[in-house]
Design a binder for this molecule. Structure first.
Ligand SMILES: NC(=O)c1ccc[n+]([C@@H]2O[C@H](COP(=O)([O-])OP(=O)(O)OC[C@H]3O[C@@H](n4cnc5c(N)ncnc54)[C@H](OP(=O)(O)O)[C@@H]3O)[C@@H](O)[C@H]2O)c1
Length: 263
């Protein structure tokens, strides 16, 4: 990590736990100051204390990115800072449900976090990076974004949105030396996944470590528009195939039923 390219400040939206905390630690190791955003005070304070101990400046923002005033609050803390890197990591599925019969306002919450909030931060921080002629934007995506899944149809679709959106943004910002990357993750052992009851002990299942995928993402920031982390490239390629979607979607559905907690 070159702090002359991606520093002196990085904003990690979802920077308190799991992959987000790994990003924070690795950026601090590179001497980059941090603005960490998350909802729960405990993990946020723990991570910020740990990374502050590495000698960088840390500002914490305990807020829900779904709050309508989130960007205003973020700007109040970051407007005076030179932010060279934005990582949008907070993107989990907050509502896994069959679509018909679901509560539309909760469906909207998944869209608002993974699309609306992500676009708002990318739009805001991307502008200053473009003017400065350097920087990086990493959006954390998912293998889910390659294929529709029952009970996860909205989550899969918002991750597909991000993956395609990044390709256009990557082209748009490349002439300004702003590196844009969609970091695609497969199953990764994070506190959020453990709380969600995801079964990660299935024989043969590839489960990645948060530190490893965060490191891959940071190492490949300039290799956009897409990087599939955690040894999941072959799976992504298989899921992206155009032929026999019905067979592919059904096969993946059966596999994910073993992974997801029972309703
Ligand atoms: N883990 C996996 O298996 C996996 C697989 C594929 C893709 N991904 C993607 O990887 C990213 C991170 O994965 P993860 O879910 O395992 O999480 P994580 O990296 O362990 O942590 C998520 C972070 O986001 C914060 N966050 C979540 N919702 C937020 C909100 N509304 N406002 C502010 N902060 C929020 C969390 O803190 P608070 O909860 O305190 O707010 C936490 O700091 C997500 O984009 C996810 O879609 C993960």
């Amino acid at each position: 990590m070159d702090k002359d390219v991606y520093g002196p400040w990085a904003v990690v939206a979802g920077g308190s736990e799991g992959v987000g905390a790994s990003f924070a630690h690795q950026l601090a190791d590179a001497g980059i100051n941090l603005v960490l955003i998350a909802r729960k005070a405990g993990p946020l304070e723990r991570t910020s204390a740990d990374v502050r101990a590495k000698g960088v400046e840390v500002r914490t923002l305990q807020l829900d990115l779904l709050d309508p005033g989130a960007l205003k609050t973020i700007r109040a803390v970051t407007d005076g800072l030179e932010v060279g890197l934005l990582i949008f990591n907070a993107g989990a599925n907050t509502y896994g449900h069959e679509f018909v019969g679901s509560e539309l306002d909760r469906v909207q919450g998944v869209i608002d976090l993974n699309i609306t909030a992500q676009l708002a931060l990318t739009h805001h921080f991307g502008e200053a990076m473009k003017e400065r002629g350097r920087g990086g934007i990493m959006l954390v995506g998912s293998l889910a974004g390659y294929m529709g899944q029952a009970r996860l149809s909205i989550y899969s679709a918002v991750k597909a949105f991000s993956r395609v959106f990044v390709e256009g943004l990557w082209l748009e910002l490349a002439p300004y030396e702003v590196h844009v990357l969609e970091l695609v993750l497969g199953v990764t052992r994070t506190p959020a996944m453990e709380r969600a009851g995801l079964r990660m002990d299935i024989p043969g299942l590839n489960v990645a470590d948060p530190d490893d995928v965060a490191r891959e993402g940071l190492e490949h920031l300039a290799d956009g528009p897409l990087w599939v982390a955690g040894g999941n490239l072959a799976t992504a390629e298989k899921r992206a195939a155009v032929r026999d979607r019905a067979g592919l979607v059904r096969g993946a559905h059966e596999a994910s039923q073993r992974l997801l907690p029972k309703e």
